[in-house]
Write a protein of this length. Structure first.
Length: 184
């Protein structure tokens, strides 16, 4: 069986706070026999549901806006959204993009960045004025605790099982910020 003949070249998520929406923009290449894209969203990075459909137009640049109200209704919503593209060709064949993650927190100073996300072997965590990080599983167990140099730390996650993990960052003042990443 041939895969869907389309390649997502550049995908990005932008939070449009004033309009209270998330804009998902992407470019594609090799659009042969492509019917449409389904933008899918998830609160946990594992179970996805359709947020909407964008018809293929051969234009190779696409955009889809998702109201944050519809994202926040995903149980259990905790300020993070996971998104991916389902690509459907005219014969019904399906392929998926990588998963994109966005924080929908209202305070940009409380963000930590985790890249790549999803991750396979390692992640790099960056946060403003953070001195140490913890990786926590879905049962609340601290799997790893590490110090950060200048708020940035690269961590080997190759030994973790597939799933969603919580990252807690701690500042010298005792502030705690959190983020999530998906281990593939």
């Amino acid at each position: 069986m041939q895969p869907v003949p389309v390649l997502v070249v550049n995908g990005q998520l932008l939070v449009v706070r004033e309009g209270k929406a998330v804009e998902f923009s992407w470019q594609s290449a090799n659009e042969v026999n492509l019917s449409h894209f389904v933008v899918e969203q998830s609160s946990d990075g594992l179970q996805f549901q359709a947020a909407g459909t964008v018809n293929a137009n051969g234009g190779y640049k696409y955009s889809f806006e998702i109201p944050t109200a519809s994202i926040s209704q995903l149980p259990p919503f905790r300020g993070w959204g996971f998104f991916r593209l389902k690509m459907v060709d005219k014969d019904g064949k399906v392929a998926y993009s990588k998963v994109y993650t966005i924080s929908l927190t209202t305070n940009p100073l409380s963000l930590i960045t985790i890249i790549p996300n999803p991750a396979k072997d390692q992640i790099t965590i960056t946060g403003k004025n953070l001195q140490r990080y913890q990786i926590i599983d879905n049962l609340g167990r601290v799997l790893l605790s590490t110090k950060a140099a200048d708020g940035t730390q690269t961590i080997d996650v190759s030994g973790l099982s597939k799933g969603v993990y919580l990252v807690k960052g701690y500042s010298a003042e005792g502030n705690v910020v959190t983020g999530k990443f998906l281990k593939e």
